[in-house]
Ligand binder design. Structure first.
Ligand code: DHB
Ligand code: MG
Length: 220
């Protein structure tokens, strides 16, 4: 599926008009590019959506699985009240170092802890009695169902779990795919039909990042 140029034009228009000048997206993308990180950060409008979702949920404790260069972490941290905190987990030490620098420069270092390691190694080390109000899952897609289970262990009724990249250019509907990333997402989506623990939806998105989508689960 090829990208329609109007998707990026509209994204730029929305960014120009809706996201305030102090928004750190361009600076962070630049820093990530200079450090040779893959350009798979969330789009600016999506980052702002995450910020607003954290705020709408009145979340105080946020967990992110998959930091990359820290753009989404910064966005969510900006949605936190004073005293709020975000823990973000990153596999790559190099990516985590770039993220920490970006987080410092964005002025949210006091609100963010970056933990380095594989999600499935770090998650069991978190205090199971400290529940998160909001979880953003944006790491390797093959493990999405495992991250989702950890998210439910570490949340409470009323928490929100958001999963990035659940459409992947439309590939999510390909039942024949051998791609373990697509199959990870498919396993989660298909399990939710009979999951009484959550109320869910997903939205398709287009923009500078192409055609994708995100899933939202409200923990019951
Ligand atoms: C990929 C990962 C992401 O989290 C994303 O938002 C886009 C692409 C990827 O691994 O290709
Ligand atoms: Mg993503």
């Amino acid at each position: 599926m090829s990208n329609d140029p109007s998707w990026s034009a509209v994204e730029a228009y929305l960014v120009d008009n809706l996201l305030s000048d102090d928004y750190p997206a361009a600076k962070i993308y630049q820093a990530n590019k200079a450090a040779d990180l893959p350009p798979i950060d969330v789009a600016p409008t999506e980052g702002k959506m995450l910020q607003l979702m954290v705020r709408m949920a009145a979340a105080k404790h946020v967990l992110e699985i998959g930091t990359l260069g820290g753009f989404s972490a910064i966005c969510m941290a900006r949605g936190l009240p004073d005293g709020g905190h975000l823990t973000t987990i990153e596999l790559s030490e190099r990516h985590a170092a770039v993220a920490l620098q970006n987080i410092r420069e964005a002025g949210v270092a006091d609100k963010v802890t970056v933990k380095v390691g594989a999600g499935l190694d770090v998650l069991p080390t978190l205090d199971p009695n400290k529940k998160f109000d909001f979880v953003f899952i944006d790491a390797d897609k093959a493990n999405v169902p495992n991250y989702y289970e950890w998210a439910l262990k570490l949340t409470h009724p009323g928490s929100i779990v958001v999963v990035d990249n659940v459409v992947r250019g439309g590939a999510v509907v390909n039942s024949e795919t051998q791609d373990e990333n697509i199959n990870g997402v498919r396993r989660l989506i298909e399990s939710l039909k009979s999951d009484p623990r959550v109320s869910t939806t997903a939205l398709q998105t287009v923009g500078t990042k192409g055609y994708d989508g995100f899933l939202v689960a409200y923990v019951l």
